[in-house]
Design a binder for this molecule. Sequence first.
Ligand code: F6P
Length: 560
Amino acid sequence: MTTESHRGAPPVDPTTTDAWARLQTLADGFEPDLRAALADDDWVRRSTLDAADLHVDLSKNLVTPEVWTALRDLADEVGVAARRDAMFDGEHINVTEDRAVLHTALRLPRDATLEVDGQDVVADVHEVLDRVYAFAEKVRSGEWTGVTGQPIRTVVNIGIGGSDLGPVMAYEALRPYHHERLECRFISNIDPTDAATTLQGLDPATTLFIVSSKTFGTLETLTNARLCKAWLLDGLGDVEAEEAVAKHFVAVSTALEKVADFGIDPENAFGFWDWVGGRYSLDSAIGTSLVVAVGPERFAELLAGFHAMDEHFRTAPAEQNVPLQMGLLNVWYADFLGAQTHAVLPYAQLLHRFPAYLQQLTMESNGKGVRWDGTPATAGTGEVFWGEPGTNGQHAFYQLIHQGTRLIPADFIAFARPAYPLVDEHEGERVDVHELFLANFLAQTKALALGKTAEEVRADGVDDDALVAARCFTGNRPTTSVMAPELTPSVLGQLVALYEHITFTQGVVWGVDSFDQWGVELGKKLAQELSPAVAGDDDVAAQQDASTRGLLAYYRENRG
Ligand code: F6P
């Protein structure tokens, strides 16, 4: 197939649309007034939407009804809905790799059907899911034992990028649902410290490794898998290597022949498909460690949550469509109001890895400078996503969000019910700590929106002009509040799918292929080329640029 034939229609250049011109005009004279907006119950009511179990308050964003209309018109003019439908239907919208993009098929119910390239993918998905569930049940019940006959106590997932961040994020998020005998650990970095410290204190006889790699060709993962195999065989002592690997190693991959080459029995391998991008793979067999930790029933609830958000994105009208509107808002901030970054601030300690997970999802997807037809991007793409759980962030970087010179749109995420309800009894008072936490969540978005005027600062008794200035808050700092009753598996699935579809929406507006990641290739290749130089090959070292030569020389002098 030639590149032309799978490329399909070229992207619409968003900057040539009527809506873009209107947005530009609106942005030029834009004077937000969140104090006025938040005094208007009707504005807040119209700006608050529900999507599955998520309750999303968009009222503290720097938009007007005219901006909303123009953003939705922009979505129409660039064809977001048509491309969304093409994705759900399994068309090859990952044009640079000529692949379907079907993470949404991973969470279709068992009785659904979806034929892609002549194959019912739903049947395939559930066949693998059933195998993963059966395996997980055996580990959980103790029926699956190590080679010495002891039940498994620790599952170590070896993977990187999407083969790590999704499982570790969700494992942390669903801590209250963990099996009590089993712990999961995660090795990702090729820094040997990661393997060394993660394996510390583990008993090889009760440790099971899951090698997770879509390609089964990733240097970090294969190196770590070999280190773990050596650690296992060394620790077990006098056992047959093949027998030990059979009981202590399973794999998840699309490249099952490479799994067999590594020495893992294909019986102990779980497949998936090239239409699942690495950063969209948590809900495939890549989630096996999570299934072991929380059990098949909870994992099925997670999938149902993903599916509920998919259905919302697929069917809700534009004015009610939360992922669509959040994606369009991000375009407004990035391309019209000059935002370079976007903060995600979960008021839930359990979501402490969620911002890191979102960094891969959003930045590997939309960090592109060319569009899917190979022409340069015509607008700024891919904001920097970052964040930390509240309230820790409040005592670290919120200062800049409140009073700095940069515009930083932020999503605040909180739950009505705590995972661990605790009461602080102190000097005769009882304080529900989750309520104190939520008061912070509310206070921060309110402070960012409303700010504090010089008059209000003076009313606090400050009269020195310089001090008044230092204590003023401009307000009009945009936030979106996302709430749900509780962080259940289903709600976690909904949250992840929400951000997947936000990312998708932005990608379509910008006309980029949100499903390839060529930007990681060059570094990988150069690392392989440089590895002999690091190991002491003077000829290879001599061919390097001056800076690389200097750093190599420093390494050699100091390696000890
Ligand atoms: O960073 C590039 C990347 O391909 C990611 O997209 C992917 O999640 C990660 O490497 C790991 O790849 P694999 O699962 O094939 O080992």
